[in-house]
Design a protein around this ligand. Structure first.
Ligand SMILES: [Ca+2]
Length: 110
């Protein structure tokens, strides 16, 4: 019974003295990582669009890797930090994901 009380005391004390490294900026997470406080420690995970171990995160070049969702034949992909952008090549128009050629063009059905 006394041992159980001591264990509870240790657990409660441990929880009480936990420091939230994420809110005190005493963590080593990359600026492009998400910090998660854990009891007695913390964890770092790179944000979407970045790769690494959490302490170091680097941009993923979706355009070079081909993991973008720009239109396959009518758009250009531009890599950005944390993301990428798509733009339809002239004379096609659209949001970069969907591009349509002006009516009358043979490829208008794309
Ligand atoms: Ca990127």
């Amino acid at each position: 019974m006394q041992t159980t009380s001591f264990k509870m005391f240790v657990i409660v004390t441990f929880l009480y003295v936990d420091i939230d490294e994420c809110s005190t900026s005493s963590h080593s997470c990359d600026v492009n990582a998400v910090c998660s406080n854990t009891v007695g420690s913390y964890a770092c995970a790179c944000k979407a669009g970045f790769t690494g171990d959490g302490n170091t995160c680097t941009d993923i070049d979706e355009c070079t890797l081909g993991t973008h969702n720009c239109h396959s034949s009518l758009a250009s992909c531009t890599n950005t930090v944390g993301s990428f952008s798509c733009s339809c090549n002239s004379p096609s128009r659209g949001d970069g994901r969907t591009c349509n050629l002006p009516s009358g063009n043979q490829l208008a059905e794309y």
